[in-house]
Design a protein around this ligand. Structure first.
Ligand code: NAD
Ligand code: IPM
Ligand code: MN
Length: 350
């Protein structure tokens, strides 16, 4: 049985996942690791971004770690053959509906963000993004020709009570082990799904989680509050699209998009999907300068949440912190290290 299935993907994906492999070999050389083509790379080799065997293997592994997918070379492929469609198919196929995106500002990086030190120092925020519903998957969708000329594009935002309740439950449970505070972000002022979201979260809260502090916040205000005073947040639960946007914003609070890992979890006992939240970074791909820490920290999350090795996760987390403390910085953090040298710095601490 595979412990960890690596899906390097496209652009900087293979560059950062290669560093995960080095770290895994050092830290836990008893782990069985497999690798499969994924995304645009899989499309080029196999004619599809997500091959059936890849999904089968993913579901049979203990954890899956994906690098990144996408790039300009596949921009004109049909929608269902695009690298991003492979990722959505993987998330849906694995049933990983709860996406945990922790935005933590490592102390040595408090000066590395574009935001003022006092705003982000000590930041520890968990974004809980719904990952298998909403406008990413709603039907109908498509672009159609209009009889009188012109075209019409349609996406559908849709949520059921069951989908909202299960993601809210994850947020409340996480909050109980943290600072016991949940912000639920939606647009109930203009969207029906937002209104339902607010009602379902409110009901669940009063039924089962009244001990947790709950605040509803409109998603646009949440975006503003994140840069104004991010430390007011502990856990933020939100839908698929808002979660995508707000987590990129939160990533920059930690110093760089290259710092933010994620864990996507489904039903208990099923494998988790771990991914850095950044993309394939076509602007720096192939240069060997991508920050591998989001990928390495995604492996840290896999050790903790799927592989039952919290002890090793703690070690790895501490090693990343020490490497940063000693000044290890890739260019996105204002430094000079290459991808490999950044991983070397972590390996040295291990
Ligand atoms: P991106 O996240 O790839 O890049 C945004 C910016 O952040 C770029 O300037 C990039 O150089 C920088 N950056 C990202 N990761 C970095 C890292 N590890 N180290 C240093 N700098 C880093 O977003 P984009 O440019 O909007 O999208 C590029 C492609 O990636 C698109 O095809 C998009 O669909 C895809 N994408 C994939 C994922 C994923 O696989 N999970 C996530 C986001 C975007
Ligand atoms: C992310 C990415 C993906 C998303 C894309 C590549 C499908 O932006 O993981 O944040 O939108 O979910
Ligand atoms: Mn994104």
């Amino acid at each position: 049985m595979t412990d960890l299935l690596l899906l390097p993907g496209d652009g900087i994906g293979p560059e950062v996942t290669a560093q995960v492999r080095r770290v895994a070999n050092r830290l836990a050389n008893d782990l069985t690791i497999d690798e499969r083509p994924f995304g645009g790379t899989s499309f080029d080799q196999l004619g599809t971004p997500l091959a059936d065997e890849t999904l089968t293997q993913a579901k049979a592994a203990k954890a899956v770690l994906m690098g990144a997918v996408g790039g300009p070379q596949w921009a004109n492929a049909p929608r269902d053959k695009r690298p991003e469609a492979g990722l959505l198919g993987l998330r849906a196929g694995m049933g990983v509906f709860a996406n945990l995106r922790p935005a933590i500002c490592f102390q040595p990086l408090a000066g590395a963000s574009t935001l003022k030190r006092e705003v982000i120092e000590g930041l520890d925020l968990m974004i809980v993004r719904e990952l298998t519903g909403g406008v990413y998957f709603g039907k109908p969708r498509g672009i159609e020709d209009l009889p009188g000329g012109g075209r019409r594009g349609v996406d559908t935002q849709v949520y059921t009570t069951a989908e909202i309740e299960r993601i809210a439950r994850v947020a409340f449970e996480l909050a109980r082990g943290r600072k016991n505070k949940v912000h639920s972000a939606e647009k109930s002022n203009v969207m029906e799904t937002g209104l339902l979201w607010r009602q379902v979260v409110t009901d669940l809260h009063s039924r089962e989680y009244a001990d947790v502090e709950l605040e509803h916040i409109l998603a646009d205000n949440a975006a503003m509050q994140l840069v104004k005073n991010p430390k007011q947040f502990d856990v933020m639960v939100t839908d698929n699209l808002f979660g995508d946007i707000l987590s990129d914003e939160a990533a920059q609070l930690t110093g760089s998009l290259g710092m933010l890992p994620s864990a996507a979890l489904g039903a208990p006992g099923t494998p988790g999907l771990y991914e850095p939240i950044h993309g394939s970074a076509p602007d720096i791909a192939g240069q060997g300068i991508a920050n591998p820490l989001a990928a390495i920290l995604s492996f840290e999350m896999a050790l903790r949440w799927s592989l039952g090795r919290a002890d090793l996760a703690d070690k790895l987390y501490a090693a990343v912190g020490k490497a940063l403390e000693k000044g290890a910085r890739t260019p996105d953090l204002g430094g000079q290290l290459t991808t490999i040298e950044m991983a070397d710095a972590v390996l040295t601490e291990l």
